[in-house]
Design a protein around this ligand. Sequence first.
Ligand code: FAD
Length: 405
Amino acid sequence: QPGMVIVGAGEAGARAAFALREKGWAGAITLIGDEVHAPYERPPLSKATLLDEAGPSPRYIVAEERFEAEAITHLAKRSVVAIDRDQRLVRLDDGNALAYDKLLLATGAAPRRLPLAGANRPGCVTLRRFEDALHLRERFRPGAEIAIIGGGFIGLELAASARQRGAAVTIIEALPRLLSRGVPADIAEVVQERHRAAGCALLCGEGIAAIEEEPDGLAVRLTSGKLVLADLVVLGVGASPSTALAEAAGLAVDNGIAVDARLRTSDEAIFAAGDCCSFPLPVYGGRRVRLESWRNAQEQGAHAASAMLGEDIAFDAVPWFWSDQYDLSLQVAGLVDEGRHTIRRDGAEGSFILCHLDEDGRLVAASGIGPGNTIARDIRLCEMLIAKRAHPDRGRLADPNTRLK
Ligand code: FAD
């Protein structure tokens, strides 16, 4: 009896499986994933998993016993190798095939590698899975020299964790500043200063020429000719959406598996959610984006479940992302590049929020940074204003005494 089949047992896939049951689907649900673990959270992998004193274990998205209780079949250590759209079935790497009524692709993304000599050497690693984090945890120790290539979120979170574990860290970024994608310069500057204060060496505007073998480790050769010696090189140069299955099946792909507002692919029995898909954002007039963010994967998983059950509702969310480095928490709601004007709103303990307005004065994004939870509430309120397409008064927005609520 065909049922609901989900490929990819990560954030989006797991949320979709349980949402299908919650929304009343009584038939079979099969969640297929190529990892050994039950679905687990990835955000801790660059933070708590590396820093916690106790021996780490994956932080599961749902308690393992709930799979049985909800009659959801989780096939671990299984890859889907092909989709047969005519017969509506997926083929597995063990030779079996599984028929579907509706199929969800929640295949996520995979770390990019550098097309460079030496970038595949054993001491040159990436982070996506729990096992990757365990390996980093072992290597981040006092006296170790860690080179991090890429000053984006993952690279910087790893830099913070490596420093906190006592390793020496060099961050190498090709562009003139850190976090150039999606984060305003004022906020990136605070991050940069915090890493400097923690003792990281920062090399911005430096390209990588090659990764070379040295007698006791590796050396990153920069295009400027400089050489950075390291015991371990971590590549934090972004991730590519896992679209190979969809492409081979002839589904439309456009910077990710292309879905419509209902998260449906170019085949009406197949949906996609999370890091692997690109989708239109109603809040920005249908602009097509692909997000790599925890909350998006969660919300799209649940939304895809509704869509698979036939509900006709557009996915209409405001993008939201956070990153924790040292004692600092950074958050971005909305897409910063939609704004032309920024207004600064100061908060407690040196924290601040930037409100980004478009030329009509509409609030289109908000970004902020500060210790602990100092910005969370205001960002949340800004997010609600963004969703409402609000045009707030600039003077009042800047005034920290104005309550956004
Ligand atoms: P994934 O969680 O990647 O799950 C996809 C799964 O599908 C994987 O297990 C993959 O192996 C499997 N798969 C792929 N192809 C197949 C196949 N053919 N057959 C079977 N299985 C397959 N977001 C934030 O907002 N804040 C953060 O602080 C933050 N920190 C992060 C830190 C790290 C180290 C990482 C890696 C991500 C972080 N994220 C963060 C992003 C967030 O974790 C992701 O956006 C989210 O996990 C995406 O969920 P997903 O279900 O789309 O993909």
